[in-house]
Design a protein around this ligand. Structure first.
Ligand code: ADP
Ligand code: MG
Length: 384
């Protein structure tokens, strides 16, 4: 009998946060070990991994030690891992497939939105602003014909609503002089969002792909600068025609990138019924944490299936589910959620800060009516 992989073979994970922690938990279910590359030994995954390699993203020696530690596959939980780091690991013999290219695309808002548009996928209206070395605009983009409300976003390193600002008028935006603080940034029209949804894609080296059902997401602040508050799935959480469109767009992106691994694409559904691509993350995503309990395969298991070449699972959601994030201001509520029947996931982070993701809780419900009741209770708890 030939084995697809050796028992206890190590997978390498770039990044040591909660996504890496949950990847580690999934890996142990496949009897795989984990080698984690991260910056600090108190990061969530570093406390659990079989081996930890500490180093900066550009620290060649540390990266080489990690790459030569016997890892057979490379997974990435951190979308800002430099493409060069991945290329170096690839040169040392670890298969990295398209990862460096996919990361490079997803790291800049202008390149992910540009990619979507070049594939015929609609986005909000957007444009790039460039400043010279003295904080002066090189050129003032023409916004005539744009709606009044705008959102400015840093081109790189924005996450959980950070690096964004919302404006009611063009004048307000121009008077704020973002160019004095940011050399390059993106400006978008602010969309009148009906709701937000996301889709998770896994694809392997053979080109087999699986696209998940769409989940519906609510952020803490609807008009920019918000962090994911909760996600929910039930059969009609995302009406079929929007879901079909979002799944087709996400698959189109994954195919184009020749993805080997996973990506999550975020969409806005507008009040006038359009599905607009917002951004993508080439890694497991907060909005799919509910798949740990609510799906035939969790997003973390699916990522491992995709990179190791084991057959992908259909990612069918079993029962209606909801997932609430527990931020710094909510983490003390974990026992109350658990008391109300929610499944707890604490990430073991050493320091608590408001807005910082400390854990999450998931609820499976018998039907969408009961799910709504649980969500209402979750909202009431977290508003305390
Ligand atoms: P992040 O990388 O922080 O997740 P996003 O671009 O996804 O950045 O923005 C975070 C949230 O801000 C979105 O999920 C949405 O709720 C809101 N938002 C972002 N862009 C727009 C927009 N153009 N119009 C309306 N709301 C937006
Ligand atoms: Mg987002």
């Amino acid at each position: 009998m030939t084995y697809l992989f050796e028992r206890r073979a190590p997978i390498g994970i770039l990044g040591g946060g909660q996504l890496a922690l949950m990847l580690h938990e999934a890996a142990t279910r496949f009897e795989l070990q984990t080698h984690v590359y991260c910056q600090k030994e108190d990061e969530p995954a570093a406390q659990q991994a079989h081996e930890v390699f500490l180093g900066a993203w550009d620290e060649t020696e540390a990266i080489e030690r990690f790459a030569r530690s016997g890892i057979k596959w490379l997974l990435c939980e951190f979308e800002n891992a430099p493409a060069e780091t991945v290329e170096l690991i690839g040169r040392l013999g670890v298969p990295v497939h398209s990862l460096s290219n996919v990361l490079a695309r997803a790291q800049r808002r202008e390149s992910e939105k540009g990619l979507a548009n070049s594939l015929g996928i609609p986005t909000p209206l957007w444009t790039t602003f460039n400043a010279d070395g003295n904080g002066k605009l090189r050129e003032r983009p023409d916004l005539s014909g744009w709606p009044m409300s705008l959102i400015a976003k840093t081109n790189q390193l924005g996450y959980d609503g950070k690096g964004q600002e919302s404006f009611e008028t063009h004048t307000e935006f121009f008077n704020t002089h973002w160019e004095q603080r940011h050399a390059r940034f993106v400006l978008e029209e602010r969309i009148d969002i009906d709701f937000e949804c996301s889709v998770f894609v896994a694809r392997n080296a053979k080109g087999d792909g699986v696209v998940s059902q769409a989940v519906r997401n609510r952020h803490t602040n609807r008009y920019g600068g918000g962090v994911l508050y909760f996600s929910e799935w039930h059969k009609t959480a995302v009406p079929a025609r929007f879901e079909k469109q979002a799944r087709e767009y996400a698959a189109r992106i994954a195919e184009h990138l020749k993805l080997v691994g996973v990506l999550c694409a975020e969409f806005f559904v507008t009040r006038d019924g359009r599905v607009l691509f917002n951004e993508m993350a080439p890694r497991p995503h907060n909005s799919f944490h509910g798949t740990i309990e609510g799906s035939d395969v969790s997003q973390f298991e699916q990522y491992i299936l995709a990179v190791t070449g084991l057959p992908l699972r259909p990612m069918k959601f079993i029962r209606p589910w909801a997932m609430f994030n527990l931020l710094g201001e909510h983490i003390n509520l974990l026992p109350q959620f658990a008391e109300a029947g929610w499944r707890p996931h604490g990430y073991g982070k050493s320091s608590i800060a408001p807005g910082r993701k400390m854990g999450h809780v998931t609820m499976l419900a018998a039907d969408s009516h009961r799910l709504t009741g649980h969500i209402r209770k979750g909202l009431a708890l977290t508003k305390n």
